[in-house]
Design a protein around this ligand. Structure first.
Ligand SMILES: Nc1ncnc2c1ncn2[C@@H]1O[C@H](COP(=O)(O)OP(=O)(O)OP(=O)(O)O)[C@@H](O)[C@H]1O
Ligand code: SF4
Ligand SMILES: [Mg+2]
Length: 325
């Protein structure tokens, strides 16, 4: 595939944090691509580096204590790692934008919804305040907000959680980004609202043929919304596969464990990722060899001596294990 067909190419990304225990590698040599218009899912247990990876794309990691130690992040052909703060701001919102779990972190409580949306729109588009308000109103309609004129005049605290999340999505989409990064976008919402907001994201992604990176612990949502899935474990990618194949035939023992522990009858929505027995190793005291070894049912001598690499299997899968299925 030619360079042009990718909206994002992450290569050998290493992200470090200074902590009390010393320098830890939250992301350790991660490489992946997102094709134009492709919805990609990222799953993995808490602390495996999903948020840090996704934040780094728009250079949103707190520096310090964090730091992109090495690697490249080509967003629409531009290496984000090499850009100045000013140049990074030009890419945010326009080329890619991000929505978070808690909309209040992105919304400013002291400005009206209309004012905030206009500000975002006018950073990238040469339009008058009035024109910007019109764009904002249209965007609120796109995310199915009723009486948008009224909402534009309100402050974030006057809106329900679901409404705030829709406003944040509308804001993220207002400059027509080619890539949307959604980190647990519905976790903070009521279960009924979760489904609606997710449907909205899916619909807009398809309509606009926008690239999407979706991070969620809800494997059902991944199955529905994503073409491909990345499975992370302890700062590394352990498996990449088309969604359907990953669910049907997981190759990495960790992925297998995750899928096996989803209850067959889902009486209520899972609030966290299914759990696998054993503990994730501490990033400050990583074992030699495979990071999953202590929890792996297939562990062998070699696994404790050498670290497996992420290798291509077949045409479109990758797995990092000496003894994959
Ligand atoms: N500001 C920070 N300072 C120090 N360490 C950090 C900081 N932010 C993240 N880390 C470390 O980076 C690692 C990855 O964190 P990250 O937030 O990416 O996990 P995650 O996969 O998004 O987890 P979750 O599912 O809980 O959101 C963690 O081990 C965490 O301790
Ligand atoms: S490399 Fe060994 S320990 Fe690691 S996942 Fe594969 S079989 Fe298990
Ligand atoms: Mg996270």
């Amino acid at each position: 595939m030619s360079e042009r067909e990718y909206i994002l190419r992450v290569k050998d990304l290493v992200i470090e944090f200074k902590t009390e225990k010393g320098i830890i590698r939250a992301v350790d040599g991660v490489s992946f691509d997102v094709r134009k218009g492709e919805p990609l899912g990222i799953v993995g247990e808490s602390g495996c580096g999903k948020s840090v990876t996704s934040l780094s794309i728009l250079r949103l990691i707190p520096e310090p204590p964090g730091k992109i130690a090495s690697g490249s992040i080509e967003l629409d052909g531009v290496d984000m790692v090499q850009l100045s703060k000013q140049e990074v701001r030009q890419m945010r919102g326009k080329t890619a934008s991000m929505i978070f779990q808690e909309p209040m972190t992105a919304l400013n409580p002291v400005y009206t919804v209309g004012n905030q949306m206009c500000e975002v729109i006018r950073v990238h588009q040469d339009v008058s305040k009035k024109e910007a308000l019109q764009i904002a109103e249209d965007m609120l309609k796109t995310v199915d907000i009723e009486s948008p004129e009224k909402r534009l005049k309100q402050y974030p605290h006057e809106l329900s959680g679901g409404m705030r999340q829709r406003v944040m999505i509308a804001m993220a989409l207002s400059c027509n980004p080619k890539l949307l990064i959604a980190d647990e976008p519905t976790t903070a919402l009521d279960v009924t609202v979760q489904a609606q907001v997710m449907e909205e994201i899916e619909r807009i992604q398809k309509e606009r043929e926008m690239g999407l990176i979706l991070i969620t612990h809800d494997l059902g949502v991944i199955a529905e919304a994503c073409e491909r899935v990345i499975v992370m474990y302890c700062g590394k990618i352990v498996e990449v596969a088309p969604t359907e194949e990953l669910f049907r035939k997981p190759k990495h023992p960790y992925t297998k464990g995750l899928l096996a522990s989803i209850p067959k009858v889902r009486e209520e929505k899972l609030e966290t990722l299914p759990t696998i027995e054993g503990m994730v190793p501490d990033l400050a005291e990583l074992p030699v060899g495979c990071r999953f070894a202590d929890r792996c049912p297939k562990v062998q001598k070699r696994c404790r001596l050498e670290e497996p690499r992420l290798d291509v299997v077949g045409t479109d899968r990758e797995v990092s294990c000496f003894y994959p299925d």
